[in-house]
Ligand binder design. Structure first.
Ligand SMILES: NC(=O)c1ccc[n+]([C@@H]2O[C@H](COP(=O)([O-])OP(=O)(O)OC[C@H]3O[C@@H](n4cnc5c(N)ncnc54)[C@H](OP(=O)(O)O)[C@@H]3O)[C@@H](O)[C@H]2O)c1
Length: 336
């Protein structure tokens, strides 16, 4: 019996917060793989703040999704048909399969994964792209040393909670910034952060001054805007800022708010460096090994926020911008 593929195609370039009409929900009959191709049945789709950037018509680290194209997304799935010698039916795989139920691919950029090592959603989380971002961003750019103070924004999200835990493993004092009392409680009580600042209820600049009496040595920024300014106002000498993301700015309808406290970089002989995780792709196995080791040893915990309902993709994506996720937001497409 012919299979049906449901998928979301980009229909328009949103101005500000995306809405359902920015995508077309459509269906097609699944084609058979041609020589060299494989068919992947999607089980989980990764929902990432970067997806908002990928649909802007702007120069970035990769070309924008074209109008009419399947919405770009990373995912995990199972091979259901294969005419590619690298893959067999039943293999579990990860790759940029898009927001759809079935993906036909030539296998480029597709990697096999093993659900016996760790549950499948973790391959989109702590041992997937967000985990690699945390690992390489913190170690390669933040260069934290034991005893130093590391502050991370977006701390209760996919990248942030891993950054804070790695910094703790390395012997740093860790302060997280997140929205809401429950997220802050979770960071301190469950993940071992030394302190957490609720940016929705507290004066962040003042709270950072209290929690970081010797200044911030490493600021891992996922949020940008006012929170970046508050961190800049509290830097230690020779501080390193890891510019990972600026989720507070992605849906702006006006110009992005840049840091007004940037002269703090001069005064403190500090640096602010952008990072793109894909630059470390040839070292992912190193990050994977370290993370898997810490997970097995019980030193690192990961949390996935798994939502079902493929047809609700647009609304589920928006949870990221409303702070409704705790941990890595994953859309479950089918039963594993
Ligand atoms: N450079 C790279 O290679 C790379 C790779 C992966 C991710 N990133 C970036 O890393 C950041 C985190 O990504 P993630 O996947 O881990 O997402 P995430 O943190 O799991 O989810 C996004 C979180 O952002 C926070 N947020 C949303 N709007 C905000 C606002 N206006 N002000 C402050 N916080 C806000 C929300 O938490 P609260 O409840 O705390 O507000 C929300 O839960 C993003 O900026 C992303 O673009 C960069």
């Amino acid at each position: 019996m012919a299979l049906t593929n449901h998928k979301f195609l980009l229909a328009a370039r949103p101005l500000g917060m995306p809405k359902r009409s920015d995508w077309t929900y459509t269906e097609e009959t699944v084609a058979e793989p041609k020589e060299g191709e494989l068919l992947v049945k999607l089980l989980y789709i990764s929902l990432d703040p970067a997806m908002r950037m990928w649909i802007n018509d702007a120069r970035s680290y990769m070309p924008p999704v074209a109008i009419g194209e399947v919405m770009r997304a990373l995912g995990v799935g199972v091979v259901t048909a294969s005419r590619n010698p690298r893959f067999a039916v039943g293999d579990h795989v990860t790759g940029a399969f898009g927001v759809q139920e079935y993906a036909l691919t030539d296998g480029k950029g597709v990697n096999k994964i093993d659900p016996k090592i760790l549950p499948l959603p973790k391959y989109l989380s702590v041992i997937g792209m967000p985990g690699m971002t945390a690992y390489f961003g913190l170690l390669e750019i933040g260069k934290p040393k034991s005893g130093q103070t590391v502050v991370v924004s977006g701390a209760a999200g996919a990248v942030g909670m891993v950054v804070g835990q790695i910094a703790r493993i390395l012997g740093c004092r860790v302060v997280g910034i997140a929205g809401g009392a429950e997220k802050c409680r979770y960071l301190v009580a469950e993940l071992g952060f030394d302190a957490a600042v609720d940016y929705k209820a507290q004066d962040v600049r003042k709270a950072l001054r209290e929690h970081c009496p010797n200044g911030i040595d490493v600021f891992f920024d996922n949020v940008g805007g006012d929170i970046l300014d508050a961190a800049l106002a509290n830097l230690a000498r020779h501080a390193r800022i890891v510019l990972c993301g600026a989720v507070s700015q992605y849906n702006n309808t006006t110009a992005i708010k840049g840091p007004s406290n940037y002269l703090s970089l001069l005064i403190n002989r500090a640096s602010m460096t952008g990072m793109v995780v894909f630059d470390y792709a040839d070292r992912y196995s190193e990050g994977f090994k370290a993370m898997a080791g810490w997970l097995t040893a019980g030193k690192l915990r990961s949390r996935e926020d798994i939502v079902t309902g493929f047809g609700d993709f647009p609304e589920t994506l928006l949870k990221l911008f409303a702070g409704e996720n705790l941990g890595k937001l994953v859309l479950q497409v089918a039963d594993a």
